[in-house]
Design a protein around this ligand. Structure first.
Ligand SMILES: Cc1cc2nc3c(=O)[nH]c(=O)nc-3n(C[C@H](O)[C@H](O)[C@H](O)COP(=O)(O)OP(=O)(O)OC[C@H]3O[C@@H](n4cnc5c(N)ncnc54)[C@H](O)[C@@H]3O)c2cc1C
Length: 479
């Protein structure tokens, strides 16, 4: 058993953990990453990367078909085998050798095994056979970056049906003929899009609330619901599942509270996430096992004396996205290094400094890779009003922009900005339409930098690009 001391111990080698360690090392500290499964985490093998690898060929094909002249060149259908093979390549065939090389290159030590806190600044690592593989102590900090897993709702009979979670939905080798998806959030909508086109004849989304994508602007959800209807994806809203069972012929049946039932060959559970903190030794330091870790803006866990425990990524429940987890990780690793060096300005960092993940609450961007694509940053109109802002939402038909017309025949889409009337800055933006994801970073910059509308007027979009919608939005606002 190795007994070793490091400046920083990181539990969990997903995108957040890797980046906490890298920034700590860049700041002059020694760091070790403890990973129970694959370095690279959920994102690399069972989430962002494989899901986008499944979706990209569908969008590429749709793009070619949407332009006369190119359309005529598309004579065949989607090669599902090739799509899955490309997905496998992107998931590195579920082998983390490349990521281990990245750790080595960044001078980060590595221990494979399950890490558990064993008191202040101490982490014990168990090997797969249960033996203690390493006993580690941290001079400065322990960062918990253990991520999240799919939560399985307590529906009688559901577990017995062995439903897919996001892991199986992103790594499956075959489309189920009938797929029923519990949950109309981002994962449910993306996977419905993917598997419908990869061969599932019947796809149904069972959504408890009144609409899809509850945290996003309603117009985006409406556009997606219409596209789903067109694509043969059934959406049941205000629908709750009360029981799950398997029929004699192997069919899975979900009984709904309305009395209806849905039959499927495979169920996908996409109803949210739970923290991977149930077997982490949190009780050894006075915290509750199985809870999300509550952190301040420098990612330090609240309520831990000595301030040595940090948590970055999904596990703190701030924004469950890879790029935001990595952003938090940069702030976290830099804060640990700055504090170790005794830098006073890092002790209680001001917003928008290198040691504070301020954008989490103000400007988190997200792209949903459905058809149409949805891209959003910052606050929805409703969220802004809930925060007490006096806002005005301004929208524009993206299909009227010359760049969009040229981009695809009959392009349909919509853009909306939410303007804080007191400061005359944009606090949120949402785009819907093919490939709008690439419009998002301009919006993110406008929100983060709080660019006054009068100044934004001088950011002239190139003609003829879809970005011309920015000019149209400002004109619609009244500039
Ligand atoms: C289907 C799907 C698609 C997604 N698509 C996107 C997308 O397109 N873009 C985006 O930004 N986000 C996306 N996300 C979200 C993204 O996957 C997560 O936000 C991201 O993976 C979180 O990174 P993390 O480092 O916090 O945790 P994870 O990636 O979950 O990594 C945590 C790591 O910690 C390890 N671990 C856990 N407990 C222990 C322990 N006790 N000891 C040692 N190791 C441990 C785990 O094995 C894992 O490797 C998607 C999520 C899903 C489910």
């Amino acid at each position: 058993m190795a007994s070793q001391q490091y400046d920083v111990i990181v539990i969990g080698g997903g995108p957040a953990g890797e980046n906490v360690a890298a920034r700590a090392v860049k700041g002059g500290l020694s760091a070790v990453v403890v990973e129970a499964e694959l370095v690279g985490g959920e994102c690399s093998y069972w989430a962002c990367v494989p899901s986008k690898a499944l979706l990209r060929p569908l969008h590429a094909l749709a793009a070619a078909r949407s332009v006369a002249g190119a359309r005529q060149a598309v004579s065949g259908t989607l090669d599902v085998g090739a799509v899955l093979a490309r997905r496998d390549d992107f998931a590195a065939h579920w082998d983390d050798a490349g990521q281990l090389e990245w750790l080595r290159h960044n001078k980060i030590d590595f221990v494979r095994g399950h890490g558990r806190l064993a008191g202040e600044r101490r982490v014990q690592v168990s090997a797969a056979d249960g033996s203690i593989a390493a006993d580690l102590t941290a001079r400065h900090a322990v960062a918990v970056c253990t991520g999240s897993r799919a939560a399985i709702p307590a529906i009688p009979g559901l577990k017995e049906l062995r439903p897919w979670t996001s892991r199986e939905a992103t790594s499956a080798r075959q489309a189920p003929r009938r797929l029923a998806i519990l949950g109309g959030g981002v994962v449910g909508c993306e996977m419905a899009t993917a598997w419908r086109q990869l061969g599932s004849e019947h796809v149904a989304i069972i959504q408890r609330g009144p609409r899809l994508l509850s945290g996003f602007e309603a117009f985006a959800a409406t556009a997606l619901a219409e596209a789903f209807a067109h694509a043969g994806i059934r959406v049941l809203t205000n629908a709750s599942t009360v029981r799950a069972e398997r029929a004699a012929d192997g069919t899975a049946r979900l009984a709904l509270a309305s009395g209806d039932s849905i039959e499927a060959d495979q169920i996908l559970v996409a109803t949210g996430r739970e923290p991977r903190t149930d077997d982490l030794g949190l009780a050894s330091i006075g915290l509750r096992d199985g809870t999300w870790l509550d952190v301040d803006d420098s990612l330090r866990v609240r309520g831990v004396s000595g301030g040595w425990l940090y948590a970055a990524g999904d596990v703190n429940h701030r924004v469950l996205l890879t790029h935001m987890g990595k952003y938090q990780a940069r702030a976290c690793g830099d804060a640990i290094a700055a504090r170790a060096a005794g830098r006073r300005e890092a002790a209680d960092p001001a917003p928008w400094t290198a040691w504070a993940a301020t954008a989490d609450a103000a400007a988190a961007p997200q792209v949903i890779f459905t058809a149409p694509e949805i891209a959003a940053v910052g606050l929805t109109e409703q969220q802004a009003r809930e925060r007490g802002m006096r806002v005005r939402a301004v929208e524009y038909d993206l299909g009227q922009v010359a760049g969009a017309k040229l981009y695809a025949d009959g392009y349909t889409g919509r853009a909306q900005i939410v303007v804080d009337e007191a400061r005359r800055v944009i606090v949120g933006a949402t785009f819907v339409g093919p490939d709008v994801g690439e419009l998002l970073h301009a919006a993110t910059i406008a929100v983060v930098a709080a660019v006054p509308l009068e100044r934004l007027w001088h950011a002239v979009p190139s003609y003829p690009t879809m970005s011309e919608v920015w000019l149209r939005l400002l004109e619609a606002y009244g500039l």
